[in-house]
Design a protein around this ligand. Structure first.
Ligand SMILES: C[S@@+](CC[C@H](N)C(=O)[O-])C[C@H]1O[C@@H](n2cnc3c(N)ncnc32)[C@H](O)[C@@H]1O
Length: 216
């Protein structure tokens, strides 16, 4: 099953400018810290098989020092073409053009680490909950899933955030809440724990958080 909005969030047109990152933009503030923490928590060794969901231009996977195999999933060919140039230091890299929700299943490898940054806010809330079970099933025992993304501590604070950004004249940020599906940390933590993960959440800026989930 593909995610409901996958066609809208293909980043082909953004690819040429995606890496011009404005850290003053609330959407991008904390970006590099989130990537670093995601890689730290994923604790990838040279024997590990790794999945990066929504690889984009490869900024997350390029931080992997070594692994046995890396599979990069995205629906944007233009983003993946840029990623290819950043991942030449890794031995076995495969690029799969597929929706992040549809990727999973018995025909896919079992992974030691599943990582993703700034992509899963394109899944609606119900899809995120389905996704958590798929991730758990696709991980080996001892596996790590780490997600960095745009998140709020709970749905209840969303109207305050929208108002805050509108008051600051940041209409684009306010609109992003209405057009995309930022995570709610409380329900994500509950959903991840429900499927069996041990979970830690950490905040890096107003909107950037990361969640580390371990399959014990
Ligand atoms: C904002 S970029 C993030 C890229 C990278 N992970 C990073 O942190 O810079 C989101 C990426 O996810 C891809 N994407 C969006 N929705 C997707 C989906 N449903 N399935 C697969 N890829 C998706 C986009 O094409 C884009 O390359």
């Amino acid at each position: 099953m593909k995610s409901k909005h996958y066609q809208e969030f293909n980043h082909d047109e953004d690819a040429p400018t995606y890496d011009q990152i404005d850290l003053n933009d609330p959407i991008r503030h904390g970006y590099y810290e989130v990537l670093d923490w995601t890689i730290e928590q994923a604790a990838i060794s040279s024997d590990d098989v790794v999945l990066d969901l929504g690889t984009g231009t490869g900024n997350l996977s390029k931080l992997i020092q070594s692994c046995k195999q890396l599979i990069c999933v995205d629906i944007s060919n233009n983003m993946m073409e840029i990623a290819k140039t950043k991942l030449v230091h890794l031995p076995q890299v495969e690029f799969v053009f597929e929706d992040v929700l549809a990727y999973f299943g018995e025909s896919r490898p079992q992974f030691d680490a599943i990582i993703s940054t700034y992509t899963l806010h394109h899944l609606i809330e119900d899809e995120k909950q389905i996704f958590f079970q798929k991730v758990f099933d696709q991980l080996n025992p001892g596996g790590r899933a780490v997600f960095g993304d745009l998140m709020l501590e709970s749905k209840t604070v969303e109207p305050d955030f929208i108002k805050k950004y509108r008051d600051q004249g940041l209409e684009g940020v306010a609109q992003a809440f209405e057009e995309e599906f930022f995570w709610y940390v409380d329900s994500a933590v509950t959903g991840l724990e429900r499927v069996g993960f041990s979970v830690e959440a950490k905040r890096f800026s107003d909107l950037s958080w990361a969640i580390s989930a371990k399959k014990l």
